[in-house]
Structure formats: C-alpha cells, structure tokens
Ligand binder design. Sequence first.
Ligand code: FES
Length: 141
Amino acid sequence: MRKPDVVCAEIPSRADAIANARELGEPEPGMLKWTRICRIDEIPRLGARVVRRGVAPNIAVFRTASDMFYALADRCPHRGGPLSQGIVYGERVACPLHNTNVELDSGCAVAPDKGRVQRFMVKVEADFVYVDLEIQADGNH
Ligand code: FES
C-alpha cells in the first residue's frame, strides 16, 4: 500500500508558535494534551473518523483529498446532524441531513446557512493523527 503524502505546515520555532497562538487567541503549544487517534491511513481521503468522548459531544476527524486533517465537534450547527457522515469536498463538509456546508478549518457554516461548530487542534506526526480532545482551537474548554 502506498504511503499517503501528508501535507504539514512548516514547524515554527517554539517562540514563534507561542507568539502565533497568542495572536490567534489559540492555546499555547505547551498547554495542549495530544491524544493519539489513529494511523493516517485509517482515515480515508474525503472521509472521517469519530472519536467518542463519553458525555461530551463526539469529535469528527476529517481528511481532505489533499491530506489535510481537521477536527470538529460531530454536530451540525443546524440541528445537530452527524457531520462525520457528511460528504467531504475541498475544505468543507456537507451535512448528511439537510446539506448545511461547514468550513473544516473554521467550523463556520457557509452562507446562507449560519452557525459554527467547535473545532479542535490536530497534528500529524510520524504517520499518526493526534487531537487535543479537551481544548477547542479557540482556547475554550
Ligand atoms: S442537521 Fe445538518 S443540515 Fe440540518
């Protein structure tokens, strides 16, 4: 099986990463608690994997055709449909229930739909996908 090509952002220095996180209002790198989710090839391109969190909403980890990974709460901003079962295209997912389109990088519904889904920090390292299951990408718990 061919090893997937994974596109990763250039790794900034720790000082740059902290400065970037502060500028974006995101958690500082040292605060993140990474949980290993699965191997990269366990999430198909244009697919998703669900991470169950007990009483907290599940998290859907998406993989795009260009091997970018995103993690969003698995709840559509419209009526809570399972985004993990939606159709991934480009950098978006279309909800399977009523077709609300959600931007994977921001979690925002695409106009004319409204709303926003919680998003979580993701990293890919040594062929594995990691997610911080507690801290949302905007720094909220
Ligand atoms: S629940 Fe997702 S579009 Fe309605």
